[in-house]
Design a protein around this ligand. Structure first.
Ligand code: CA
Ligand code: CA
Length: 310
């Protein structure tokens, strides 16, 4: 009798979930950060040029730990767009000997020929949720007079192999820690933007460069839904900013609902579940209905209502 009980217990545990606590290392990749154009005392980082930031990380409270470069030096940059949300596109990062619940110390510096300038230091704890999901997204803010924010992906895979200590890892899960989160625009979405912006192969005007776009993952625009909102492009002479709006965060399942120019995005209490792209005296409502993206022009009454909305 007792033997049967044990058998059932073992089978159900195995089918239940993988536990990423078994990982002896995790892959840590920086997503995005923004650095001010001047340092805390108001002086330029370099004589006549922007900083050249580099991000290192090391395991905290570990004897003999050495810092590893996880965000390679970006020349004359204040927008540090290292990686996008999807794991498949890891462009930088490093395996570090840290596990669930462990701590990391990160340091952002302006890499100079002589001594480097300090930009910010971050302390990050690997979230407990990673034990179940295998991927955690983390938002960190540096201490000090000029706080810098940084988003990170910590995962049991680098997109090519799983962590040491586990036979296989499951697919990435996109659970974001804050109501708004940022990363580099991913290649699949940027391909759609390039096409909408009529970018030619190899051309690099601002509207054709991924670093010139901000990506906001937010569930503050539409109740009960995560949206991917890409904006930017900085096109000279054109009104408004270029926007790409998708319902969902996971690139495999999100639905791209809108590509076009807007002065601002607004929500209207009279039109539930939709985002309004306002441009000049017109507005377009963007929504997802029965699983399908839908856009329609706002009527006169709705335009009047939008004027009063934030
Ligand atoms: Ca410097
Ligand atoms: Ca520089």
């Amino acid at each position: 009798m007792r033997r049967w009980v044990w058998l059932v217990l073992c089978v159900s545990t195995r089918a239940w979930a993988e536990d990423y606590r078994a990982c002896k290392e995790l892959f840590v990749s920086p997503l995005v950060s923004k650095v001010a154009e001047t340092n805390a005392s108001g002086a330029p980082w370099d004589e006549g040029s922007l900083p050249d930031p580099e991000l290192t990380a090391m395991v905290a409270d570990a004897e003999g730990a050495t810092p590893a470069v996880i965000g390679p030096r970006l020349e004359d940059s204040t927008v540090l767009a290292w990686n996008s949300l999807p794991l498949a596109e890891t462009r930088s990062g490093a395996w570090l000997p840290v596990g669930v619940g462990g701590s990391l110390q990160l340091m952002l510096t302006d890499q100079d020929d002589g001594p480097s300038d300090f930009i910010g230091a971050f302390s990050v704890t690997v979230p407990e949720s990673l034990a179940q999901t295998g991927t955690a997204f983390v938002q960190a803010t540096s201490q000090g007079a000029q706080p810098v924010s940084l988003t990170l992906r910590i995962s049991a895979s680098d997109g090519k192999r799983g962590c040491a200590g586990m036979e296989k890892v499951g697919p990435a899960r996109y659970e974001l820690p804050a109501p708004t989160f940022s990363a580099r625009v991913d290649a699949a979405l940027f391909e759609k933007i390039r096409s909408a912006q009529k970018c030619k192969a190899g051309s690099t005007p601002p509207e054709c460069v991924p670093e010139r776009y901000d990506v906001l993952y937010t569930h503050e625009l539409v109740e009960g839904a995560w949206l991917t909102v890409v904006s930017g492009g900085g096109q000279a002479g054109a009104a408004g900013k270029f926007h790409a709006i998708a319902w969902g965060v996971d690139p495999a399942t999100r639905q791209v609902a809108f590509l076009g120019r807007c002065d601002t995005l607004k929500t209207s209490p009279s039109v539930e579940g939709a985002v309004a792209c306002v441009q000049g005296s017109k507005a377009t409502f963007i929504s997802l209905e029965k699983g399908k993206p839908r856009t329609r022009a706002a009527n006169a009454r709705e335009l009047e209502a939008l004027k009063g909305s934030p």
